[in-house]
Design a protein. Sequence first.
Length: 73
Amino acid sequence: MNRAAAYLVTLYTVVGDRFENRKDRGATAVEYGLMVGLIAVAIIVVVALLGRQLSALFTEITNGLAGPSKVAV
């Protein structure tokens, strides 16, 4: 009987310790969620502001890489 009681006390202690340390995890998850949201908003704003300029730049680079097309006749 002592062995079973010792096992139950140990189990209770381990489980209680695990759940006691999880009190702050919800707040941490919320903070990370807010940071991810703010980073996403920042990326959207930058792309919206610089979208046309980046598109023109990439088009210019693509045209420069293609070079003049000479067709042999």
